[in-house]
Design a protein around this ligand. Structure first.
Ligand SMILES: [Fe+2]
Length: 357
């Protein structure tokens, strides 16, 4: 039995705000046409591309869920979080480090306050963004089983087209300053740890954090945070309708020369059926379906960290999934973290390397 030590991420009793949704991710890319082509093959739809900004959406009613800014250096910039309450939005705007409230000129309008989280990722608190009309997506396939004849005198022929990405599901970040960053999201946006993987010394390795939607079921995680020695995106994830969408997506992505990262399989924590693909800049994008939904009262689970504990079936998580890029900047980040991050010790890094690297 693993004990719940105080250093594990915990829900905050009185957060500044309770975000209602993960609104979008923001990337910088040197080639918007290349980014758009990849994302269309992945299953997103173009909202607009004026050569300097690209907005993509799913079939759900969010006006966009993926923003690409044209920039010389490709990088993950940050996320947007939807805020429903005016009082909470104003409370966020009063926090130290918050930008002034700005009107948004992006599709759907609204107002926005920008932050940097303790790891340096941009976080936008978004208020009053107008929805767009939903787009149709393929309904889930009717499945025959020995107990149920759901389909008689009909064949099963899912279309061989990019899977409909319905909505953004979650973002997974790697962090040096794990405690400060996970605490910041809990304290200011109401994130609740659904499940935490811990190292043999009891310190957290990965936290899967969900939104506090009260009695309304929320995704097992909208944010996953992993202890490493450098802030980086691990992956972004988008929901599709069923396993055949994932299978068709796998076939098409492979045929189009995309580089697979991991999958298909089914996760343990969150239970999603998943499939991960590298984009042209090496950032991982996930198709998933059938994830767990928890209400706010569901207790936090603690589990020993392991690669094998990441999937119930399919390949165990490959070591390449969490391996940092070989670059001078990686070495510089390592030295910086060892000197300055209270969460990073040589012993912990060796343990993480043994388990995941
Ligand atoms: Fe994921």
């Amino acid at each position: 039995m693993i004990s719940l030590a105080t250093e594990h991420p915990a829900r905050h009793p009185n957060p500044t705000a309770k975000a209602s949704a993960l609104a979008y991710v923001i990337f910088d890319r040197p080639d918007l046409a290349k980014a758009e082509k990849y994302l269309i093959d992945f299953g997103l739809r173009t909202v607009s591309n004026d050569g300097s900004m690209l907005f993509m959406r799913g079939t759900a009613s969010a006006p966009y869920c993926y923003v690409v800014r044209k920039a010389a250096t490709p990088r993950f910039v940050g996320i947007g979080l939807e805020i429903e309450s005016m009082a909470e939005f104003q409370a966020l705007a009063r926090l130290p480090g918050a930008s002034p409230i700005e009107p948004m000129t992006w599709p759907g309008g609204g107002r926005c306050v920008h932050f940097s989280d303790p790891s340096g990722f941009r976080v936008d608190a978004v208020f009053e963004r107008s929805p767009a009309p939903s787009l149709p997506h393929r309904p889930p396939l009717a499945m025959n089983s020995v107990d149920l004849a759901a389909r008689v005198n009909e064949t099963q022929r899912p279309p061989l087209t990019p899977p409909d990405a319905i909505r953004i599901g979650h973002v997974a970040l790697e962090l040096a300053d794990f405690q400060a960053t996970s605490g910041w999201y809990a304290r200011h946006f109401g994130f609740i740890p659904s499940d935490v993987q811990v190292l043999p010394d009891g310190s957290p390795a990965v936290a899967f954090m969900r939104l506090d939607r009260g009695d309304t079921p929320a995704d097992h995680h909208s944010l996953a945070l992993a202890q490493t020695f450098a802030p980086a995106l691990n992956h972004v994830s988008f929901e599709v309708i069923d396993t055949d969408s994932i299978g068709v997506g796998h076939r098409l992505m492979r045929d189009r020369g995309c580089k697979p990262a991991w999958g298909p399989g089914r996760h343990f924590l969150g239970s999603q059926i998943f499939d991960y693909w590298h984009d042209p800049w090496g950032d991982k994008h996930e198709h998933y379906c059938d994830g767990d939904l928890f209400t706010s009262d569901y207790p936090t689970g603690l589990h020993p960290a392991s690669r094998e504990g990441m999937a119930q079936w399919g390949q165990a998580m490959p070591r390449s999934f969490t391996r940092p890029k070989l670059a001078f900047s990686t070495l510089a980040a390592l030295i910086h973290a060892l000197r300055h991050s209270p969460d990073v010790t040589p012993r912990k890094l060796l343990t993480l390397l043994k388990l995941f690297g």
